[in-house]
Structures are given as structure tokens and as C-alpha cells.
Write a protein that binds this ligand. Structure first.
Ligand SMILES: [Zn+2]
Ligand SMILES: [Zn+2]
Length: 113
């Protein structure tokens, strides 16, 4: 298994929408990506030639994917420029949860996460 290194976190994307799918979020973060595959908040990104992005639900999977393109190359013009990026939505989910509780609990409704 590849070594897990500290990762970059990207919160900024290029529009004001709240993307529900990580794949849509990633296309917004890297608008010039050749392709964005998969779904999840962990991205294995290659910046060789054109930018390509693979998304995963876990850090381990993203790190393994980066490890294999580090070892075997990501494609035609691989320059070894690969990294793992954690995507985070700008929406603060904890704040949204607390706000929902403030509105709904006085009405006798329980708020699930
Ligand atoms: Zn966006
Ligand atoms: Zn490469």
C-alpha cells in the first residue's frame, strides 16, 4: 500500500452553486480537466499533459491510485506530477445542522444527521 502523506484541501470552486455530487464539484475546481472519473471527496489528480482527476470515497483508495500512477505513469506524457487532494464543500455542514436544530427542535421535530 502507498504511503499516506498529508493532503491539500480544496474548498474553492468556480461558481456559487452548492454541488451535491463530488464529481460536479471537481469539474468546477478543475474546469480544464480532460476528464473527471468516479465520485467521492478524495481526488487523485495528475497534472501531466492535461489534468485528469479520479475521485474516491476514501483517502486510502485515492492514495493507492496515486501510488500506482506514480509507479507506472498516468498516461502518454507523464511527468510524475500527481497529488492527492481532499475536496470540502464550502457549506459548513455542522453549521447547517445546528441551524436546522434551532428551527426544528422548538417545533418538536428531531433532527437527524
Ligand atoms: Zn462550482
Ligand atoms: Zn503523470
Amino acid at each position: 500500500m502507498a504511503t499516506i502523506t498529508p493532503t491539500k484541501v480544496y474548498r474553492r470552486h468556480n461558481c456559487a452553486r452548492g454541488h451535491r455530487m463530488w464529481n460536479a464539484f471537481a469539474r468546477c475546481v478543475w474546469p480544464r480537466a480532460v476528464w473527471v472519473n468516479g465520485e467521492g471527496p478524495w481526488a487523485s489528480v495528475a497534472y501531466c499533459g492535461g489534468t485528469t482527476v479520479m475521485l474516491f470515497t476514501t483517502l486510502v483508495n485515492a492514495t493507492d491510485a496515486k501510488g500506482s500512477i506514480d509507479a507506472y505513469g498516468c498516461g502518454g506524457r507523464c511527468g510524475g506530477r500527481h497529488e492527492v487532494v481532499r475536496l470540502e464543500r464550502e457549506i459548513d455542514e455542522e453549521a447547517a445542522f445546528q441551524r436546522a436544530r434551532r428551527y426544528l427542535e422548538p417545533l418538536g421535530r428531531e433532527v437527524g444527521r
